[in-house]
Design a protein around this ligand. Sequence first.
Ligand code: PA5
Length: 443
Amino acid sequence: MSVTFNGKYLDGFVSADEFSNIYPQVETAHRIVTDKTGAGNDFLGWLNLPFDYDREEFARIKKAAEKIRGDSDVLVVIGIGGSYLGARAAIQFLGSEFYNDLNPLKIYFAGNNISPDYLNKIIKLCEGKRLSVNVISKSGTTTEPALAFRVFKKLLEDRYGKREAAKRIYATTDKARGTLKTLADREGYETFVVPDDVGGRYSVLTAVGLLPIAAAGFDIDKLMSGARKAAEKYAVCTPDNDCYKYARARNILMRKGKSVELMACYDPDWTMMNEWFKQLYGESEGKDQKGLFPASVIFSTDLHSMGQFVQDGARIMFETVVDIKSPNCDYYLEPDSENADGLNFLANQNMSIVNNNAMRGTILAHTSGNVPNIVIELDKKDEENLGEIIFFFEKACAISGYMNGVNPFNQPGVEAYKKNMFALLGKPGYESRREELLKKLGE
Ligand code: PA5
């Protein structure tokens, strides 16, 4: 079993009775998801993706990835939110934060912020390099990626001419609608589809994630096969369904007054997976003045910054620890004849044993400090395990959201900042809001 729910450290926080008493709610949520009768049910396409994806497009993704690896030194992936986090998280999980230092194809992510400094640095990194761009936007109208794409489109056209530039631009967007789709058709870019029934934060197993992941050299067949394994495993509602056990545990803890779910992992390769998780859960559940606030740490690093708060600060949180069972490459600690640092008690064993004991010690310390710990175990860092855990968290998120009575597939709250930003920037149609806001700002 590669992904497993371990509820051992919930002892004293969640009783067996509570765990079974909430089970009927999971059954209801499961029915809502399976029968597609809940709010947002037209965004359940991700459920079938592991079985039912477009094989022709999948083959084109692999071909495009090969072409990029052959004719480019740099791939700039342009997108924001669900249109970039999954790919970035997967590449870091499988290839580490040093991916670009260790591989000939450098992958940079642009269009996920509006910082001119950030953009200028990526432009600099592209100087003198053979370049391709994958622009990803389901709506095709999101400001951040659209702005970045303007810049890279011009850069490519200036460098290669319009015709060759078009061969180096890959657009992942809606199959029929939106500015990006219109532009891609007009300019002749190769296009990939974000299915209508898959929302951004659930889209990592579509071309949105698959093209950058394949371009990075990872095996997307194995990724899909891991997701398929999870989809089969969690297809039926039983008391033993690990994915649903996680949904039950976090809902019980929330209703007992916990307001923060702190995802913790003892491997920095999980850092961007933390970010992916935070978007998935934050955007899916944080609405109607409800939801757990998803936060994250990487241990033992953050034990030296956030550890104090977790152990002893306001008792508002529980932890979800992702325990990656084996490193891909362990490190044997040799004894030192002088032992000047007194560390010989750690010698003659693999470093993963030290890391594992740091984890076990921390879980015991945090639980005795009144922080319940859920542990999700994962065998190792490879494509199969990644596909499995992606699907695990996606399904648990949908089930959890329905248990908490929200629509897990919309995000009405993200519009507020956009309207204000457009108004302040003088976008036509926002004149009266602009006046209101300027008054509030005292300008
Ligand atoms: O999950 C979501 O729906 C969002 O995070 C979107 O992915 C994000 O806003 C980007 O949208 P788009 O792909 O339309 O540019």
